[in-house]
Design a protein around this ligand. Structure first.
Ligand code: XMP
Length: 513
């Protein structure tokens, strides 16, 4: 089965929920991609979608410069579902009337389905929906029927069933619309007639075929960071072209315990993947000697990575393609994000820009949890699949101040205990990240046996988060905290105290640097 068979396209008008629409459609086992609202018709048709969704968006349909689709879209014979702004733009295009912000609605709202129809099939006529709109469709376009209303919204859902055009003012994609996924499923399966048979297995099969077609007999290089994304892309490309793939893994010496071995033995060797393993610990540490500024540390690590890769030019020169673990959120967010710089993030799998590769990004339409499914399907070890996120610059940004071999050793041992205890308590997948931080600028007095000690503290950090943009400090059980503290103080020489960081993000960040 091909990935693009039974594709539903979401045309994006700039809503914050657009990605959620795609997710919901995929949850109905129908493949879905997001394209800009002004995608050329030819490009859209080349994808042969079986249905189209118009997303919401921040604009008002009559304002100058408001985004609108190419009207020929309505003549393609394809089903369309408009959501919020998507409904308003459909109403305007087809001769309905949209009015301004006099009837604003925001939040959970009671919805009454007033006409039996395919979109709400199988659902209770009284539903709860999530509204977030200023403009409202006052009267639907000629021929359209009103399907549902709310107290404030005379046209909360409308349809032209003969042409399979449907539209809703509320947001079925958000969890606050409890039956929203069923509404989307009704559109995908009942209206678009999708079979709902898209699976990760079929995704892998079609990607393997497509990678073979693209690459032919050429060579591919892939930078491995040890994280789930780069390992999964390597496994996928390897499944497609085997020996033609070479991976490069740079051990910068700031990895956690056993991490490098895991990549080398449990992954590359087990999968029989060509691996260039670069032990670069010495040179990274040499360059970091005496450096205490966090941003400077990040810069040095990023730069040194590029150098190491450049030195692997032999392997790189022979390759035509660069495989990367780009994910869907990266694709969508690039170019639209204008956030203030808090930290320079380094994706250490990155390669020098002037190396002129063709890019191979077979996962660029997947979300993180979907990558995990692909990884499991490909047989990656489960501790890799479910590994908590780990920053590119590694332990270097978990040691405040200078990074030295001695400090790394202390932190690595403490970190190992944290992870071990969190796993034993069954919390590893429940928290977003859990790790140790070393603050060598501070020492404190303790007593062990009858001896005075004067040693470093370890900071324990554990957070709950959905996406790392915000995070709550994790309410770990006292017993777990106690075990971690006892073990670190007893088992890690150089540490005599453990403190727990109880700051959320914001105002703190997850990492300490
Ligand atoms: P902060 O500390 O900014 O971290 O709240 C948010 C998430 O990003 C991870 N992180 C990084 N990941 N390269 C990465 O690949 C980096 O330079 C980097 N810095 C932070 C961090 O672990 C958390 O999950």
């Amino acid at each position: 089965m091909s990935v693009n068979k039974e594709l539903i396209v979401v045309l994006d008008f700039g809503a914050q929920y657009t990605q959620l629409i795609a997710r919901r459609i995929r949850e109905c086992q129908v493949y879905c991609e997001i394209l800009p609202y002004d995608v050329p018709l030819d490009t859209l048709l080349a994808k042969a979608p079986i249905g189209i969704v118009f997303s919401g968006g921040p604009a008002s349909v009559y304002e100058p410069g408001a985004p609108h689709v190419d009207k020929r879209l309505y003549d393609l014979g394809l089903p369309i579902l408009g959501i919020c702004y998507g409904m308003q733009t459909m109403a305007r295009d087809l001769g309905g009337v949209v009015t301004g912000a006099t009837r604003k609605e925001f939040g959970k709202t009671r919805l009454e389905v007033v006409l039996k129809n395919d979109l709400f099939a199988g659902l209770n006529p009284e539903l709860v929906c999530w509204m977030s709109h200023g403009d409202t469709v006052e009267s639907p376009p000629p021929g359209f029927e009103v399907l549902a209303v709310t107290d404030n919204c005379p046209v909360a859902a409308m349809a032209l069933p003969g042409k399979r055009f449907y539209a809703v003012q509320f947001h079925p994609e958000v969890v606050h619309t409890p039956w929203g996924t069923e509404i989307i499923r009704n559109f995908a399966l009942n209206v678009c007639k999708a079979s709902g048979s898209w699976t990760m297995e079929s995704f892998i099969e079609s990607q393997v075929r497509s990678i073979r077609e693209q690459v032919g007999d050429k060579r591919v290089v892939c930078g491995l960071s040890g994280g789930i994304d780069s390992c999964t892309v390597a496994a996928l490309v390897h499944k497609a072209i085997g020996e033609q793939l070479t991976c490069i893994f740079v051990n910068h010496g700031m990895l956690r315990k056993i991490e490098a071995d895991q990549v080398r033995d449990k992954f590359a060797r087990a999968f029989n993947i060509n691996l260039i393993y670069v032990d670069a610990e010495e040179r990274f540490l040499a360059r970091l000697a005496g450096v205490t500024d966090p941003e400077r540390k990040r810069m040095i690590i990023g730069e040194e990575f590029v150098r190491v890769f450049e030195e692997q030019a032999e392997a790189l020169r022979g390759a035509d393609f660069l495989a990367q673990g780009t994910l869907y959120p990266d694709v969508i967010e690039s170019g639209t994000k204008s956030a203030a710089k808090i930290k320079t993030h380094h994706n250490v799998g990155g390669l020098p820009e002037d190396m002129h590769f063709k890019l191979l990004e077979p996962m660029k339409y997947l979300f993180k949890d979907e990558v995990r499914k692909v990884a499991e399907e490909l047989g990656l070890p489960s501790d890799m699949v479910w590994r908590q996120p780990f920053p590119g610059p590694g332990l270097a940004i978990r040691i405040t101040g200078e990074v030295t071999r001695e400090r790394l050793e202390i932190l690595r041992n403490a970190d190992w205990i944290v992870i071990d205890e969190i796993k034993r308590a069954g919390l590893y997948r429940k928290v977003w990240q859990s790790f140790a931080v070393l603050t060598p600028g501070t020492s404190s007095v303790g007593v062990m046996g009858d001896q005075r000690t004067y040693a470093y503290p370890i900071v324990l950090r554990a957070v709950a988060s959905e996406d790392a943009m915000t995070a709550e400090w994790a309410r770990l059980p006292y017993e777990v905290l106690e075990r971690i503290s006892n073990r670190i103080v007893n088992e890690v020489p150089g540490v005599n105290r453990v403190v727990y960081d109880i700051t959320s993000k914001p105002p703190a960040t997850i990492e300490w640097e």
